[in-house]
Write a protein that binds this ligand. Structure first.
Ligand SMILES: [Ca+2]
Ligand SMILES: [Ca+2]
Ligand SMILES: [Ca+2]
Length: 328
């Protein structure tokens, strides 16, 4: 699956590299189209002449936009390789290592989630609002790892640059980065742009006030009831691991659980469970067989857990408890 997704990523790269490479200096397309001086109808008018780099960060220069890989929302998983000298750095690191640059255009106020978990070297991630614009966020180590996470809620519409950098001169080479942007949500965990980290043990939550953003894979649950409210979590495995997620305890709603390797791709779902246990605890002590319990073996790297609900259930939203085992 990953190999196929990587190819998809490169198709995106090939499709958009031309326009990204054509952007000179720090000029930025707000449409995701090119702003070359040409006959094409794009930005809404081509810039004449290209804007020169006069910003305070001279290291940004033309290297910023000309090498950026364009990410279309809602994003996905991307791989690449860093090599050569350092051209950029963040306030939390990256001075001595080369970097890769990703460009995303947000057409509305959005949540942005970026992680290099799964990369073998010690990464640094930072976010700028434009090529030479100010840094918005920088992260070196996250979730107890040398790899990084940026999680920005409610970013204004506009163009953003994401830098995948290394912590030292030795930290370069092949990397994997997940980049997701989804419309700004009121609640963390609403969608792939704002997933919540889930740890081993019990995680309690409530689905009231959340939206229906995702659906279980076909065949997992009754299609008539698949479109209930959902929440998104992420977790990281350091090696191939058997993991279990269960809502068999202290859950008041009719749940569906599924896992995706790539948060934004429905066909990246590797496993799903619905209606395999009867809830225990205070919520539905004598309830129906509507709870979920899935066990699966997953590869090292980032994975996403979706807690979904059966829309036609008697209790449309309410409390749940996810009990996780096997994850760090
Ligand atoms: Ca650098
Ligand atoms: Ca790091
Ligand atoms: Ca749903």
């Amino acid at each position: 699956m990953l190999r196929r997704l990587n190819r998809r990523g490169w198709f995106s790269y090939i499709a958009f590299a031309g326009l990204a490479a054509a952007v000179a200096g720090c000029s930025v397309s707000h449409m995701g189209l090119n702003d070359r001086v040409d006959a094409a109808l794009d930005v809404p008018a081509d810039n004449r002449p290209p804007i020169a780099d006069t910003g305070p960060d001279l290291a940004c220069g033309t290297a910023c936009d000309s090498t950026a890989m364009f990410v279309t929302t809602p994003g996905g998983r991307f791989t690449g390789t860093t090599s050569g000298p350092s051209a950029n750095q963040g306030t939390c690191g990256g001075a001595d290592a080369p970097e890769a640059v990703f460009k995303v255009v947000l057409n509305e106020k959005s949540d942005l989630f970026v992680t290099t978990h799964g990369t073998s070297f010690d990464t640094v991630l930072y976010l700028r609002s434009s090529c030479c614009g100010p840094e918005i966020a920088c992260n070196d180590d996250a979730d107890g790892r040398k790899t990084s996470v940026l999680s920005q809620r409610g970013l204004a519409a506009g163009t953003y640059y994401i830098y995948v950098d290394g912590a030292s001169s030795a930290d370069a080479g092949s990397f994997t980065v997940d980049i997701y942007a989804t419309p700004a949500a009121g609640n963390p965990g609403e969608a792939c742009g704002a997933p919540r980290l889930i740890a081993a043990g019990a995680t309690a939550g409530n689905t009231c006030g959340f939206q229906d953003d995702y659906s279980p894979p076909s065949g997992c649950s009754n299609p008539a009831g698949a479109n209930g409210l959902d929440q998104v979590y992420y977790f990281v495995l350091d090696q191939k691991t058997s993991v279990t997620f269960s809502t068999c305890d202290n859950t008041c709603i009719d749940t569906v659980l599924y896992v995706r390797d790539v948060c934004s791709l429905a066909d990246a779902q590797s496993v799903c469970d619905d209606d395999s246990c009867r809830a225990t605890g205070s919520c539905q002590p004598e309830g129906n067989m509507v709870q979920s319990n899935l066990t699966t073996t997953l590869t090292a790297g980032v994975h996403y857990l979706f807690l979904d609900t059966f829309a036609a259930a008697q209790v449309p939203c309410g409390d749940f408890t996810i009990t996780a085992a096997g994850i760090p």
